[in-house]
Design a protein around this ligand. Structure first.
Ligand SMILES: NC(=O)c1ccc[n+]([C@@H]2O[C@H](COP(=O)([O-])OP(=O)(O)OC[C@H]3O[C@@H](n4cnc5c(N)ncnc54)[C@H](O)[C@@H]3O)[C@@H](O)[C@H]2O)c1
Length: 419
């Protein structure tokens, strides 16, 4: 077994129990493990995963190993690792894990490089850090790469930028863009778990409060929907006129963030963009505002500006940093501006990760079993995989659907028939 670097292997039993609990809600992944345990399509392939080390990721790693992969894991965020899960994977699965919750930036990159020392032929990223590190500092790995897969919007954006600049030197499948991923994971997963993170961190009541969601993409829609369910007055801010219009017609108040900042009790960012909450917004912010981020990187809130504006700072609860401004106002920043749903709660519920990770497994098998390597580009998940995941999930939920009749097939493919 390769070296590993985790917090404490003695936590393994607690991790094991939680991984098994999560597996109950992951029927699609269980079905794939059964099938690929027989077929072993990833036999002997070295795979490095840079993912949030959660109970769901543990079940993904176990499925990949059952399919034959030789797998190593590192964290895709310094604050999202569940140390008991890392311990269980090391102890019970002998999967080398390099991840410690709260690790420094230096340790984070050391762990990424430890995962790359495995010489992967397939990478599985959540934020494109493995791909980026290989291209920047480990070019010796490029020639043998079959390809990579990417879990999140921000990673896909980074990869498309690399491809557009002609810099991408192996193919990557954008798992995030599969319908069975972002329609459910980004919307319902981030929606529920972001609210869960905010509530666990603060234990404050949402009903009757003004709750602003910055960005009405897949994540933002889910967060807004769930905040409304808690009885909050939800405001949406956007830069895209179509998304802003959609939010307005979905019944949310839409306004510029500067206006919203002065009246919000909560502001949550989910844009994949930088400094969307900037100094001017901080200066206008209502006293006692709770500030959180669910976008991939901790750059959405301008934390350096907050540090400059602050006359003092203390930590009243874990995951809450209270900044006192010179005029006496207080701003409560959650989880140091990192993904609040993973840092202060447990990330997405297993039932949505079931679909996201089924796409990951099928995408890895697709890369591994092709006769010819794909082009060096960002590729969509093949539509058959997407439909297969939806079909399997429906079957697991015991939901039946109708089929087109022969008459309907013919009608839908003809142009002669009109009124
Ligand atoms: N927390 C999680 O577990 C989790 C899960 C999935 C995705 N993500 C991350 O969340 C982020 C958003 O993902 P998504 O799938 O919703 O993306 P998306 O592209 O669907 O939506 C992003 C939205 O933000 C808007 N936006 C950009 N800059 C803005 C600004 N300055 N002010 C207001 N709106 C702005 C865009 O117009 C867009 O509508 C990404 O970083 C993604 O990687 C996090």
């Amino acid at each position: 077994m390769n070296e590993f670097d985790i917090a404490d292997v003695a936590l393994a039993d607690a991790g094991q129990r939680r991984i098994e609990w999560a597996l109950q809600e992951m029927p699609v992944l269980r079905g794939l493990a059964e099938r690929f345990g027989r077929e072993r399509p990833l036999q002997g392939l070295r795979l490095s995963g840079c993912l949030h080390i959660t109970t769901e990721t543990a079940n993904l790693a176990r499925t990949l190993k059952t399919a034959g992969a030789d797998i190593v894991l590192c964290a895709s965020n310094p604050l999202s690792t569940q140390d008991d899960v890392a311990a269980a994977l090391v102890k019970y699965d002998r999967i080398p894990v390099h991840a410690i919750r709260g690790e420094s930036t230096e340790a984070y990159y050391r762990h990424i490089n430890a995962a790359l020392d495995h010489s992967p032929v397939i990478t599985m990223d959540d934020g494109a850090d493995l791909v980026s590190e290989i291209h920047k500092s480990r070019p010796g790995l490029l020639d043998d790469m079959l390809g990579g897969t990417e879990e999140t919007t921000t990673g896909v954006i980074r990869l498309r930028a690399m491809a557009a600049a002609g810099a991408l030197r192996f193919p990557v499948i954008a798992v995030n863009d599969a319908m069975t991923k972002h329609l459910f994971d980004n919307r319902y997963g981030t929606g529920q778990s972001t609210l869960d993170g905010i509530i666990r961190a603060t234990n404050v009541l949402l009903a009757g409060k003004t709750f602003t969601v910055v960005g009405y993409g897949w994540c933002g829609r889910g967060i807004a929907m769930r905040a409304r369910g808690h009885g909050a007055h939800v405001v949406v801010t956007e830069v895209d006129p179509l998304r802003a219009l959609e939010a307005a017609m979905d019944g949310f108040r839409v306004m510029p963030l500067l206006e919203a900042a002065a009246q919000s009790d909560f502001i949550v960012t989910a844009t994949g963009d930088k400094h969307v909450v900037d100094r001017a917004h901080l200066e206008a912010m209502k006293d006692g505002c709770v500030l959180a981020n669910s976008g991939h990187f901790n750059v959405e809130i301008n934390i350096p500006a907050l540090e400059v504006l602050a006359a003092g700072k203390h930590r009243p609860r874990s995951h809450v940093d209270t900044y006192r401004l010179a005029d006496g106002r207080q701003i409560h920043l959650l989880a140091e501006g990192r993904l609040v749903n993973l840092a202060a709660a447990e990330g997405h519920p297993s039932a949505v990760m079931d679909m996201s990770f089924a796409n990951q497994v099928l995408a890895a098998v697709y890369l591994a079993t092709r006769e010819q390597r794909l082009d060096n580009a960002v590729h969509p998940v093949p539509a058959e995989i997407d439909r297969e995941v939806a079909r399997l999930k429906l079957a697991a939920m015991r939901i039946g659907i109708d089929e087109l009749t022969a008459e309907q097939v013919s009608y839908l493919s003809s142009w002669e028939e009109g009124t």
